[in-house]
Write a protein that binds this ligand. Structure first.
Ligand code: ADP
Length: 658
């Protein structure tokens, strides 16, 4: 029997056995030509079985009145089985209530008995057309879904390329910058520089290896597992070593919990290195300074359970299910850098080794990743010391960096950068003219800036805990720090992120990789701008003397100071400490801000406010000099006169004579 797309695949459900021969007789031509293919069932249950066995059936001619399962009960079950199936109800003439009910339940059409086969033929034709429409709709829906999936994958890939470019640019910048240093000053730099280049070269290699490893796993070809038998506990401890400096510089406490002094088992050192290093470096990356990380190892039911837990930022509940997906990075932290391949690679490797990995997390409290690996002892034994020689450690070694010295008059530069080599390069470019402090992430940067009010800030954009935009936002809206020029460093040289930075108040942008000259020009330009600001504010005439004159944050700050001092102007004891308390800033913040804006010390500035008021009183009122001196907080008119003269170059009495 020929069958094509045009064949109507029909199931006839009727409890009268002779119906089959009747159909076969009346439709013999259609059956012979392949236009119809008929199936028969004598009841509801049988009908369901037939449809399950022949999911290609498109049209059901269904009797309503049958013993056992009747047509009305069968109808919804049939529709549930297939989205293209069309049901035509067959019932006695006059059985309108049942027919109506069937139509309301989703039957496509109905016929009445005795059957008019000419009418039935037309009904089948019409129904077949509807089946085709339903099929097309299903196909386009599938296509749509596939398209959406492809689009999503495409976006993920773009994101991946952006991220990986960032990850590549940073070590490349360090390498290029260091070679520049070596060229410029070979004697001082050759020794310092080579380890930097090596480290960053390894970091690049690491990245490429991860991508290659992933490709290998994806290609579907079997990936080789190379097992050795040895003490896995001391191997994991060895893997922790290179992370010590990073832990130290973030003040993260590392706890190691081992149930056993050692555990001899088979493991693949290379794969375990990737697995463990990914987990520990994520834990460090997503744990703010001062947090804790716990590495625990125990043997449980023939499996090694290795867990890495942190007290970091955690993973939002809605994201937890996706952390092992390729290219996934929790959206809210998408500016921290990273490629989103670490965990998916980790999971694939764990599974390749016959293990399992799972994650628990509480947003804001921390995360823990648990790896279970089967304990077997079949491979060739190997000594851990031997292994250490052949398995390279993973991450760059970090060095600590000095803090600002206390009594140095050089302008203070704050570098906020999570990559130690870039930070050191920046420092080496600028340390002759500046006192440099380095903060390792946006959060730390904000804290240092607010406390110490530096003269200029250079900040990376992509950083853990808080990114460069957040830093800009926080500092530019804080009255104590709003005046500090900020240069944002970024690998994202595109216009969009540039605008975002400028919107958040960044004063300049520098795209990585940058060179020393460019950096120096930017810094110099910003400091010149700051000088102009100082020039403007160095004359108290330019300070707002009423709320209507406040035009920007700096005006607002100075107006706040002035208003507060003027409110207490007759109080001799109202000094810097009282002012700080009244306006809610620390002494350092007040000093550094006033110095930055006006280039004078706070005490001189307060004196100037008192003197301006005194001058005004002398010129505009009849108060005598002693009264004026009490009015502006001087209990000794003589002392007042001498300070007045110091300030204006003339005595109070000179003003009165004219
Ligand atoms: P990435 O290179 O972005 O770190 P991973 O695959 O290693 O890629 O991690 C995917 C994402 O899972 C991260 O971007 C982060 O959002 C989240 N994540 C992984 N580990 C942790 C952790 N310890 N704490 C908080 N979030 C984490």
């Amino acid at each position: 029997m020929p069958q094509s797309d045009d064949t109507a695949l029909i199931l006839v459900v009727d409890d009268e056995p002779e119906i089959e021969s009747l159909y076969r007789l009346r439709f013999r031509k259609q059956i012979a030509s392949g236009a119809y293919q008929l199936h028969f069932a004598l009841g509801g249950m049988e009908a369901l079985d037939v449809v399950k066995k022949h999911p290609e059936i498109e049209i059901v001619l269904c009797d309503i009145n049958m013993p056992g399962m009747d047509g009305l009960t069968l109808l919804p079950k049939l529709l549930e089985l297939s989205s293209i199936l069309q049901v035509v109800m067959v019932s006695a003439y006059g059985d309108m209530p049942n027919i109506r009910q069937a139509m309301n339940q989703g039957a496509y059409d109905f016929l009445t008995k005795p059957i008019n086969f000419e009418d039935l033929k037309k009904t089948i034709e019409k129904t077949k057309k509807n089946v085709q429409l339903a099929k097309q709709a299903r196909i386009s829906k599938e296509l749509e879904e596939r398209n959406a999936n492809l689009l999503e994958l495409d976006q993920l890939k773009t994101l991946f390329f952006t991220n990986i470019s960032h990850e590549i640019r940073t070590p490349l910048t360090a390498i290029l910058a260091t070679t520049e240093q070596i060229k410029a000053a070979p004697d001082t730099w050759i020794e310092k520089g080579i380890p930097i280049i090596e480290r960053n070269g390894h970091r690049l290699l690491d990245l490429v290896n991860q991508v290659m490893e992933l490709r290998k796993l994806e290609s579907g070809k079997p990936v080789e597992v190379q097992l050795f038998q040895g003490d896995v506990i001391s191997f994991v401890q060895y893997l922790l070593e290179p992370f010590q400096p990073q832990l130290e510089h973030k003040y993260i406490q590392l706890n190691i919990q081992n149930d056993l002094p050692d555990l001899i088992m088979d493991f693949d050192p290379e794969k375990l290195t990737i697995i463990f290093s990914n987990l520990i470096s994520n834990a460090i990356k997503f744990t703010p300074a001062g947090g804790e990380i716990t590495v625990a190892m125990k043997a449980q039911a023939a499996a090694l359970q290795l867990s890495v837990s942190d007290t970091g930022i955690g993973i939002p509940a809605a994201d937890l299910a996706f952390v092992f997906d390729r290219f996934f990075r929790a959206a809210s932290f998408s500016d921290e850098g990273g490629t989103g391949i670490g965990l998916s690679l980790t999971k694939e490797l764990v599974e390749l080794l016959g293990g399992e990995i799972s994650a628990n997390s509480q947003e804001g409290e921390g995360s823990s990743f648990i790896v279970q690996l089967p304990i077997r002892r079949e491979a060739e034994p190997i000594n851990i010391e031997q292994l250490k020689k052949t398995t390279p450690s993973v991450r760059p070694v970090q060095e600590s960096i000095a803090f600002w010295g206390p009594n140095d008059e050089r302008p203070r530069l704050l570098i906020v950068e999570d990559n130690i080599d870039i930070a050191q390069y920046l420092r080496s470019c600028l340390e002759n003219e500046f006192l440099v402090h380095i903060a390792w992430n946006g959060h730390e940067g904000i804290e240092v800036a607010v406390e110490n009010v530096p003269d200029i800030i250079i900040s990376d954009v992509m950083m853990p805990v808080k990114n460069g935009y957040e830093l800009c936002d926080a500092l530019k809206t804080n009255p104590a720090t709003s005046h500090i020029p900020i240069i944002l460093l970024t690998a994202k040289a595109d216009e969009g992120s540039r605008l975002e930075g400028l919107e958040k108040g960044a004063d300049a942008y520098l795209a990585k990789p940058f060179n020393r000259k460019e950096l120096n020009i930017r810094v110099r330009k910003l400091l010149e701008l700051r000088k102009n600001l100082q020039l403007h504010y160095s004359s108290i005439i330019n300070h707002p003397s009423g709320p209507a004159e406040v035009r920007n944050q700096e005006d607002a700050f100075l107006w706040n100071v002035r208003k507060t001092v003027e409110e207490h102007i007759d109080e001799e004891n109202f000094g810097i400490a009282e002012l700080c308390r009244a306006i809610g800033v620390s002494r350092t913040q007040l000093h550094r801000k006033i110095k930055a804006l006006t280039n004078v010390s706070t005490s001189l500035y307060l004196r100037a406010i008192r003197m301006e008021r005194a001058k005004k009183l002398l010129l505009e009122t009849d108060l005598n000099i002693s009264q004026v001196s009490y009015e502006v907080g001087f209990s000794d008119p003589k002392y007042f006169s001498s300070k007045f003269r110091e300030h204006f170059g003339e005595r109070p009495s000179d003003l009165r004579k004219s």
